[in-house]
Structures are given as structure tokens and as C-alpha cells.
Design a protein around this ligand. Structure first.
Ligand code: PAF
Length: 287
């Protein structure tokens, strides 16, 4: 696996693959890699001949009072992990000045309303930061495939919409969330949790599963499903920032009863972390 830092190095690697007609998959990350990221790399390597993993802690997607400075930066461990894993061809780890050559970016990419709902209410500039940096990565790598985790369901929906709206020639692939045995979704921010926090955090998925059990038994009222999640969280004194049932693609709140696939999504502070999770509820799908 080659490690590249500059755009010149990246372009050199890419141009030799292109001349060999190799397909390319990009896995954008912010590092602090865990098994969830490795699942993205595995999916990328199933889809394409060559895999580029990017590691960049993107300042533009953090708000002024968020965890940009504390966010774990473990580049040499990440590099060793990817090397052992053996599926990435290139690790692209640009500096802030490579990614933002003129300092603060004067150009941003905004996917309007979808960025303002759910997490966008508490993090009003977050998704503009994500869509701007992902656009830059798409321009730099020009991948055939780009692979993202379904844990960030809002991010995935917004990126799919951006790709459609801006005619990017990339296929966006979503990969199911990887979980600890307790059900806790893997996240780089789980490092902020104590053992006790982790136990309480496992109730996020427990709540979503409790709502899914109701759904599977025929409940279609989104308010009842949301209330079930909130009740489960209250059992361990957690108060969510939001729990919402939204259209899976456009993230609109469900109007009336659930009659098409929806995402049941939540964000919840646990200890020093703000965690997110979600599941899909599909009325056409019976287990
Ligand atoms: O999901 C993430 O880790 C980030 O939001 C991403 C997509 C790498 C953009 O910085």
C-alpha cells in the first residue's frame, strides 16, 4: 500500500491505473479506523480493482464548539491497520493546506433542506462541510465507486442527492453498520465513552430494535415508533437530541402512517459523546 500526501503523488498513482483501465473505489474517512471502516474497504475492494482510502479530519464539518481538536488522530496506527488488512492500494492523507489551498474555502457545496433536518438542526454547518470535502475528494480521485457507512444515514442520503444533482460519474455504495455484540454501532467517537457510558449507549440500538419489533407486528404510526425508542432510552436516563421517522431518500418527516421505506434515526448525548444511529423500516419487507 502506497501512502500519498500531495495531489501530484495521488495523480501519479491514479494515472497509471487509468492507463491500465483499472476501476477505482474511494473510501473517504476521518481516520481512527475501526472494523466499520474495514467493512467499507472490503466492499470497495469487491466493487473495484483499486481502492483509495482517504484520511482527513475535515475542519469545515466541525462547528465552533465541537470536537475538532479532540478528534482522535491515529495516522500511523491507521496506516499499519490498512497495511495488515491488505485491501487498500493507496492511503491518501492530505494536509489541510492540500485540501484547502486558499485557507478558508470560499466555495462550498450545499444540499439545501436535507442538510437542515435531523442532525442539521444542532449542527447547522456540518453537512456543508461534508458535501464540500466529499466533492473535492471526488474531483481529486474521480472514483468509479465511493463507499460510505449506513450509520451516517443522513450523510449517505445527502451525498446520493448531491451526486444526482451535480451529475457526478460515481456510484455511491452504502454499507451496513458494524456493531459491537451489545448492539452499539462502531464509531470513532466511542473512544470518548467510559465502560458505563458504553452500556448505556447500547440502549440506542435496543430502542431502535424495540420500535422495529412493534413495526414488524404491524404498528405503522411513526409517533408510536418514536415513543418506543424514547421510552427505551429513558430506562438508562438518556435523553435524545431527536428521534425521527423520515423518508429514506429525501429525509422528509413521515406524513401519516408509514407506507414506504423509512429511516428511524436518532442522535443522543452519552457521556462526552454525541452518538447517532438508525435503522430502516420497510413495509414491503417481511422477515
Ligand atoms: O463520515 C465521515 O467520516 C466524514 O463525514 C467524511 C465522509 C469522511 C467526510 O469528511
Amino acid at each position: 500500500m502506497e501512502i500519498v500526501v500531495t495531489l501530484e503523488q495521488l495523480r501519479e498513482a491514479l494515472s497509471s491505473w487509468r492507463s491500465e483501465k483499472k476501476t477505482i473505489a474511494l473510501v473517504p474517512t476521518m481516520g481512527a479506523l475501526h472494523a466499520g471502516h474495514l467493512a467499507l474497504v472490503e466492499e470497495a475492494s469487491r466493487r473495484a480493482d483499486r481502492v483509495v482510502v482517504s484520511i482527513f479530519v475535515n475542519p469545515l464539518q466541525f462547528g465552533p464548539n465541537e470536537d475538532f481538536s479532540q478528534y482522535p488522530r491515529t495516522l500511523s496506527l491507521d496506516q499499519a491497520q490498512l497495511k495488515r488488512h491488505g485491501l487498500a492500494s493507496v492511503l491518501f492523507a492530505p494536509t489541510v493546506s492540500v485540501m484547502y489551498p486558499s485557507g478558508a474555502s470560499r466555495t462550498t457545496v450545499v444540499v439545501g433542506r436535507m442538510s437542515e433536518v435531523l442532525c442539521g438542526r444542532a449542527r447547522p454547518t456540518h453537512f456543508v462541510g461534508v458535501t464540500t470535502v466529499v466533492t473535492k475528494l471526488f474531483h481529486m480521485v474521480q472514483p468509479d465507486f465511493a463507499v460510505f457507512g449506513q450509520k451516517d444515514a443522513q450523510q449517505l442520503a445527502i451525498i446520493r442527492q448531491m451526486v444526482l444533482d451535480l451529475n457526478f460519474a460515481v456510484t455511491v455504495v452504502g454499507v451496513p453498520t458494524v456493531r459491537e455484540p451489545s448492539g452499539l454501532a462502531l464509531s470513532s467517537r466511542n473512544r470518548y465513552l467510559s465502560i458505563e457510558d458504553k452500556h448505556r449507549a447500547s440502549y440506542l440500538f435496543r430502542g431502535l430494535l424495540a420500535a422495529k419489533s412493534l413495526f414488524d407486528a404491524g404498528e405503522r404510526n411513526p409517533q408510536v415508533l418514536v415513543a418506543q425508542v424514547i421510552d427505551t432510552l429513558h430506562q438508562v436516563d438518556l435523553t435524545p437530541e431527536y428521534v425521527e421517522c423520515v423518508d429514506r431518500e429525501l429525509l422528509d418527516p413521515v406524513d401519516g402512517l408509514v407506507s414506504r421505506p423509512v429511516t428511524l434515526a436518532l442522535a443522543c448525548p452519552v457521556g462526552a459523546a454525541r452518538l447517532i444511529d438508525n435503522i430502516t423500516l420497510d413495509p414491503g419487507h417481511h422477515e
